[in-house]
Design a protein around this ligand. Sequence first.
Ligand SMILES: C[S@@+](CC[C@H](N)C(=O)[O-])C[C@H]1O[C@@H](n2cnc3c(N)ncnc32)[C@H](O)[C@@H]1O
Length: 240
Amino acid sequence: MKSRLPDYGTDGDPTAMLLSLIAFVIVDAILFLIHSQVFKVLACLVLASGMAFLSFVFWHVLYIKFGKLRHRDAILSLVEWKGNETVLDVGTGRGLLLIGAAKMLGKGKAIGIDIWRRQDMAGNGPEGVLLNAKLEGVSDKIEVREEDIRKTSFPPDFFDVVFSNLCLHNIPSIEGREAACREIARVMKPSGVAIISDGFHTNDYLAAFTKEGMEGKIIKGKFLSKSFWLHTVVAVKNVR
Ligand SMILES: C[S@@+](CC[C@H](N)C(=O)[O-])C[C@H]1O[C@@H](n2cnc3c(N)ncnc32)[C@H](O)[C@@H]1O
């Protein structure tokens, strides 16, 4: 029997993306068919927006199909692993970073939290990460919980490393994203490190961490790599 490979999922909502592209084509065709200069100008604007959206979808698909695992490895390599860390993966999805981190651990433990929003990842749910952990042989090193990062049940100063990839931008308000960064800072041990990778708002995350007394920097995505649009905040919690 063929052995099954782990599946780290499709970020975002592919149906919504496809429908949006179809909507761009239909709206543009209608606008071009109307005999009026104003509508022709509108059609050009819609065409330009449609092209921009198409290029976003192109890079997104390239990342999902070919860039994800390399991006995960680049993030994991930012930690000087000892093997006994307690790790949190925020918005774990199918466990991309959770399982990657678990493979680095001897005695340590990796906990993944998520609220399992269907529009953020196709077929979202804890069963996906549990199956991937089994296939990767790390079931005993991970734990999965349904928790919202804006307010978790973890005690303060609990984690050595907090990861998050492509999650925080899904929180709609700036206040919500700030609350998430505050919560990350709260649950981290002094000297712990937060490594937050995202396509948007990374400057805001760094500002929020700095407000919490952490020190950090942003590592920009490598030019023309399959994850060039993802920037990574690396922030360390100061010892009080
Ligand atoms: C695009 S997926 C990325 C999954 C995974 N980190 C990866 O890189 O493959 C974003 C995940 O963040 C989760 N999420 C969104 N808002 C969240 C919140 N406030 N707290 C915890 N998880 C959240 C979604 O349910 C989804 O599973």
